[in-house]
Design a protein around this ligand. Sequence first.
Ligand code: NI
Length: 173
Amino acid sequence: MKDMIKPILIHPDPRLKKLCAPVTDLSDELRKLADDMLETMYDAPGIGLAAPQVGVLNRLIVMDCIKEGTPEPTVMFNPEVLSSSDDENVYEEGCLSIPEQFADVTRPASVRVGWIDMDGNPREKDFDGLWATCVQHEIDHLNGKLFIDYLKPMKRQMMTRKSQKMKRERARG
Ligand code: NI
C-alpha cells in the first residue's frame, strides 16, 4: 500500500551519521514502523533498510535477500553481531541512501547475529553470503556508518558529491 511508503533520506544527512538508541519498549508504533519499512524497502526496491534511513534513530532494521522465490521479510530490533568469521567476502554494495552508486566492500563472510523479533522474542542465527553482507551493512547504519566509509577518501568524496547532486535534483522535483 502506497500510504505505507516512507521517504528515504539521501546522503549526506546528519541523521545518517548518528548512533541509534536501543529499543526498550516494543510498542505497536514500532511494529507498524517495521511493517512500513518493509513496504518501503520492497517498493524501492532494495534488500535492506535501517530505521535512520527513514529518519527514526532507533535500532531497527529490515531485510529480505531472496531475489526469486518465497520472500523472507526479516525484522530485527537491537540487532548485534555476536561473532564474525575470519574468512572474508567481497560484494559490490549499494545503499538506498546513496542512489545508483556501487562499490566493492570487504567484510567477514559469515556472522552470528542476535536480535529481538516482532513478537519480542530473542533470536540468534548464522548468516552467510549476501545475507551476511546485508545484515552487517544495515547494522552499520545504526552506528552512523555507511558503506562508503570503507572506501578510500577520494572515492568516498566523489560518491558523496554525486549523492549530494542527486539529492538536490530530487528536491527540485
Ligand atoms: Ni544502506
